[in-house]
Design a protein around this ligand. Structure first.
Ligand code: UTP
Length: 296
């Protein structure tokens, strides 16, 4: 039987240069889709999947992120006194139980693999999830839950994957597929950002369930590497060692909120998904489209 996955790592130590100047003073993960910061979407997804321990790999200037998960006693008291129970309920979702959340510092942005490796002592010998908050996914059930259910069947390590056009594969880690079983594929290899001849159109998206041996692989990479330490290399090492790696074609829509265009698309999608905003927002979008067509 595969061990239950209860720990998740959130690597949030990147510089977020694509969102400068905003990220000069605010962490990218605090940027807001409708009324909730990106990190809240990732936390909600992890909670829905049964995650109990939340490990953040942070860096300088991420204080706002740590504050976000604290209880805001003064604010809560004011809301309580004025009977604003609905807002209190909203805030409840942002509070984390004492001891459920840990912050580890990545002292230098040496890549995603290095960020994950920084959490090795907290993960110990258990399988663990990794969620990249840049990738916001609308899905029912939420993407990580789909993965945890699939992983309970397969064991090994698992990455979320989706089809992308061939000319976009060079922006992703791409799967070399050994066996296609429909929603689940067994992976023969992973190629990080292939410049040409991608082994498939299946791109790796920022959700992972990893065997504890991936941490050992990262340890070796860390000793050998000069530049950025890639998580995909450590996952590919699993295959070389004869351990299974799978991809899950999740059901849902993924938005790349690490890019400006993706963030804008997500704002539209999540705005339209909100009942209280939908009618007014849709009217506005239709007007904008009609005006831009007329101007062409
Ligand atoms: P990105 O490649 O999007 O880098 O990292 P970034 O620094 O966040 O953003 P840009 O490209 O400069 O705009 C993917 C994920 O890996 C984390 C990031 O925080 C993000 O969640 N990461 C990346 C780290 O935690 N540490 C690193 O050294 C690199």
């Amino acid at each position: 039987m595969t061990r239950k996955v209860t720990k998740a790592i959130f690597p949030v130590a990147g510089l977020g240069t694509r969102f400068l100047p905003a990220t000069k003073s605010i962490p990218k993960e605090i940027m807001t889709l409708v009324d909730r910061p990106l990190i809240q979407y990732a936390i909600d997804e992890a909670r829905a999947a049964g995650i109990k321990e939340f490990i953040f790999v942070t860096s300088r200037g991420k204080g706002a992120l740590e504050d976000y998960f604290d209880h805001a006693h003064e604010l809560e008291n004011t809301l309580r006194k004025s009977g604003k129970d609905d807002l209190l309920e909203l805030l409840r979702h942002t509070n984390m139980e004492s001891g459920a959340i840990a912050y580890i510092r990545q002292h230098k942005a040496m890549g995603l693999g290095h960020a994950v490796w920084c959490a090795r002592r907290l993960v110990a010998d258990e399988p663990f999830a990794v969620l990249l908050t840049d990738d916001v996914i609308q899905g029912e059930p939420p993407c990580l839950q789909q993965m945890i259910e699939a992983h309970a069947e397969t064991g090994g390590s698992m990455v979320a994957t989706m089809e992308v056009p061939t000319d976009k594969t060079s922006s992703y880690g791409v799967l070399d597929v050994a066996e296609d079983m429909g929603a689940i594929v067994r992976v023969r290899g992973l190629v990080e950002k292939p410049k040409q001849n991608p082994p498939s159109n299946l791109a790796v998206i920022g959700r992972y369930i990893l065997a504890p041996t991936v941490m050992e692989n990262l340890n070796k990479l860390k000793q050998g590497a000069g530049g950025e330490i890639q998580l995909t290399d450590a996952i590919a090492d699993e295959i070389d060692a004869g351990r299974a790696v799978y991809g899950l074609r999740f059901r849902g829509q993924r938005f790349d909120c690490g890019s400006k265009a993706g963030f804008l698309q997500a704002t539209v999608a999540f705005g339209l998904a909100r009942e209280e905003l939908r009618a007014e927002f849709l009217d506005y979008l239709q007007d904008v489209l009609a005006m831009s067509k007329a101007a062409e």
